[in-house]
Design a protein around this ligand. Structure first.
Ligand SMILES: Cc1ncc(COP(=O)(O)O)c(C=O)c1O
Length: 480
């Protein structure tokens, strides 16, 4: 892929717009306007808002978030979206194209993830099977629901449990809560990888699935998927490899000669995977793929109802009507980028990540990288005078949008194509150096996220912190 750099080259500190700012600056609606505004006016206002928000992600100040962001790529996806904006995969008679795009996305992803030689290959009744979903969380939830219903029917398990490393994405806890599955968390070692012995010890007669990440969201490290999936296989239990972050990077990293341990369907114990097309697949937000080793397991994901007055009803995922245009744009992303494009993108991302990691190791004795990550780089402070959350605050003030982690206290930077312009690593390391200097020169500064993170970590009553999180979401919708 070629990269057209426009705003990328502007290194000035980006805008930091806020919802409060928008509420002051633009008319607010708590009811429909009595008569509609002109399209020109609506477009002008929304164009202005989008341009206020563009700088931070386009110039590479965001961790993850926008994985491609090249203006030509975005324009291409927008064209494809526009062509297909009325498509709804629920109405296959009207839009058979949605079936073509979705089945091919699933098959291409399965082939990339080691499914080529299983049965008669992806797309066949005997091969790796899957469906589209709206994102990583939905792919994970769909797989957990499938395991629950499969275990109930095949093994008679009515009180299921699932074994999940603490580093796995919160979507697993969400699924456990939604579907009434007991979740058993297992610890990770100092390198951030799931503890295999603890996993083995946690298995019960009711265990329906064991989980591993490739790589994990917090620390970007790949769990020992080979050992974990073998453990699951030897006990007749399912194993889900969450490759939401890694599916479209690790196969190419492996080809480039980076050390990538087994993580996909080439391991016989891996029975399902989640793979986010809307991350490193470079599709627009709103698509992901969930895959199963067999079509038989996939059937437990589906919903079907034979006696509804509204007609025969069946759907593969949680939504009813869906945006077929997102699947069309996803298909267009995959086939326009191709193997050579993903290989090239991965090469650039990993080279940038190597520069950032080398800089951190070489020039920042007060910081320590957690584990041995490839491209999601988490680091904490080993100097009691340098509070990592204060660094977080100062970096945020400079326009950065990193991810704050806890247990242990750390930050992470998820490297994307937005970070591969020349000079990015130097810019990040230089802002980091400046932030540490600010923190050292003013150790008792107040405000920002540092006290909130510090306090939220130490409050023994987790119910208080839980309620604060719900209050926070209430705030998103409050207009008074
Ligand atoms: C490893 C991993 N799994 C699952 C998810 C959830 O994906 P989504 O935010 O698309 O629901 C993420 C998101 O970052 C992730 O990193």
């Amino acid at each position: 892929m070629t990269e057209r750099t426009t705003a990328d080259t502007e290194q000035s500190q980006p805008n930091q717009p806020s919802i409060e700012g928008y509420r002051e600056r633009y008319q607010r609606f708590t009811a429909l306007p009595a008569s509609g505004r002109s399209r020109e006016e609506v477009l002008a206002e929304m164009t202005e808002i989008a341009s206020l928000e563009e700088g931070r992600w386009r110039q590479g100040y965001a961790s993850g978030s926008v994985y491609n962001g090249d203006p030509d790529h975005i324009a291409f996806l927008n064209d494809v979206y526009a062509l297909n904006s009325q498509s709804n995969p629920l109405h296959t008679d009207l839009w058979p194209s949605a079936l073509k795009y979705e089945s091919e996305i699933v098959a291409m992803t399965a082939t990339m993830l080691g499914g080529r030689d299983i049965g008669d290959g992806p797309g066949s009744d005997s091969g790796v099977a899957g469906t589209m979903s709206s994102g990583g969380s939905e792919s994970i939830a769909l797989a957990m629901k499938a395991y629950r219903d499969h275990a109930k029917q095949v093994r008679g398990i009515t009180e299921p449990d699932m074994i999940v490393p603490i580093s796995a994405h919160a979507a697993f806890d969400k699924a456990a809560q939604y579907f009434g599955i007991k979740i058993v968390h297992v610890p990770t070692g100092p390198d951030g990888r799931a503890d295999v012995a603890a996993t083995a010890a946690a298995i019960s007669d009711n265990t329906i699935v064991i989980v591993g990440s490739a790589p994990s969201f917090p620390h970007g490290v790949i769990d020992p998927i080979e050992e974990l999936s073998e453990l699951a296989r030897s006990r007749g239990i399912g194993f889900h490899a969450d490759a939401c972050l890694g599916a479209f990077v690790l196969p190419w990293a492996e080809k480039l000669g980076y050390p990538v341990p087994g993580f996909d369907f080439r391991l016989p114990g891996v029975t399902s995977m989640s793979a986010d097309t809307h991350k490193y697949g470079y599709a627009a937000k709103g698509t992901s793929v969930v895959l199963y080793r067999s079509a038989a397991l996939r059937r437990f994901q589906y919903f079907a109802m034979t006696d509804w007055p509204g007609g025969m009803y069946a759907s593969p995922s949680f939504a009813g009507s869906r945006a077929g245009a997102l699947s069309a744009a996803c298909w267009a992303a995959l086939v326009s980028i191709g193997e050579d494009g993903y290989l090239d993108a991965t090469r650039r991302i990993l080279a940038t990540a190597d520069s950032v990691k080398e800089g951190l190791d070489r020039d920042f004795p007060e910081l320590e990288i957690i584990g041995d990550p490839l491209y999601v780089i988490a680091f904490g402070s080993v100097d009691p005078d340098v509070d990592i959350y204060r660094i977080f605050d100062v970096l945020t003030g400079l326009g950065w949008s990193l991810n704050g982690l806890h247990r242990p206290a750390a930050l992470h930077l998820c490297i994307t194509l937005r970070h591969t312009s020349p000079g990015f690593a130097e810019r990040f390391l230089s802002d980091l150096r400046a932030s540490i200097a600010v923190v050292r020169s003013n150790p008792s500064a107040e405000g920002g996220m540092a006290p909130i993170y510090g306090m939220a970590n130490t409050i023994p009553d987790r119910g208080v912190v839980f309620d604060a999180l719900l209050d926070h979401i209430d705030g998103w919708y409050r207009m008074t």
